[in-house]
Write a protein that binds this ligand. Structure first.
Ligand code: ZN
Length: 271
């Protein structure tokens, strides 16, 4: 897999071009993180690693501006933090953010925050609006299915794909409490929800009663090839290829359709 550093060699408009690439490239790390774009949306997931087996890494909070002019916090991996260099993994480049006085506290010390990462099975995301890309009708545009959860109508984007879930310390603490109380986080389906409360975007994990297909066997096979999570946190790799899994129910549905099609074809033949 290519190193992120290689992408920037001889690339005059590196920044812009690479940002565009990560949106359109289905294998980019950015596209393979569970993301909620709007408040009150949620993703249905199941953890593939238990609470203590996730990646806990230190990042700099860097104030950034998006191409559309919105300000946001970019979390940049710290290659100097001793905690990030466990198991003999020493990153060659010194951390540029540690050297930036604007990011340090009044004593000149870098301010670092933990982010937590887990491999999860992402079944789908429940949106409040139908797919905004539908009018563009690109070949990959998915028509989100309208479903009711409780009394609310959602538009369900099917994923059925392993992905990376990144958690803030606050959201992780709730998860960790759940783990301490019950001894595992592997046994249930969670909703990862985005909301807006007291002037802030917040994320929380709650138990879900939404029924999901069982992919245990397939996941045991595919998860063996997942790279060490620190390589994703440190962006040492730039791409990841998570397979889309197919449920037995969906397969059956397809077979029935194929069957019907064949019968129809035969019927045409007889004519
Ligand atoms: Zn640093």
């Amino acid at each position: 897999m290519p190193r992120i550093g290689d992408l920037f060699v001889n690339d005059d408009q590196g920044g812009t071009r690479n940002t565009t690439t990560q949106f359109s490239d289905s294998k980019s790390l950015w596209r393979n993180h569970v993301r909620l774009r709007h408040n009150e949306e949620f993703a249905v997931i199941k953890f593939l690693q238990d609470c203590d087996d996730g990646d806990k890494t230190l990042f700099h909070s860097v104030p950034s501006v998006s191409s559309s002019g919105k300000t946001f916090t970019s979390y940049e991996f710290c290659s100097d933090a001793a905690a990030n260099n466990v198991e003999g993994r020493v990153f060659e480049e010194p951390c540029e953010h540690c050297a930036n006085p604007d990011l340090n506290d009044e004593n000149g010390r870098p301010q670092l925050r933990n982010r937590f990462r887990y491999y999860v099975m992402h079944y789908g995301t429940y949106h409040l609006e139908s797919n905004p890309d539908i009018k563009e009708q690109r070949e990959w545009t998915q028509d989100w299915k309208s479903v009711e959860v409780g009394r609310q109508v959602y538009f369900r984007e099917t994923k059925l794909q392993p992905q990376v879930l990144e958690l803030s310390p606050g959201t992780w603490t709730d998860l960790s409490d759940d783990f301490k109380r019950r001894g595992t986080i592997l046994d249930k389906v969670y909703e990862y929800r985005r909301s807006f409360r007291e002037g802030q975007v917040r994320y929380k994990l709650i138990a879900s009663d939404i029924k999901v297909p069982n992919f245990d066997e397939q996941l045991a096979v595919v998860s063996a090839d997942f790279p060490p999570m620190i390589d994703i946190s440190a962006q040492k790799i730039t791409e990841i290829d998570f397979p889309v899994l197919e449920s037995t129910a969906k397969k059956k549905e397809q077979e029935v359709e194929d069957d019907a099609f064949e019968k129809m074809a035969n019927f045409e033949e007889e004519f």
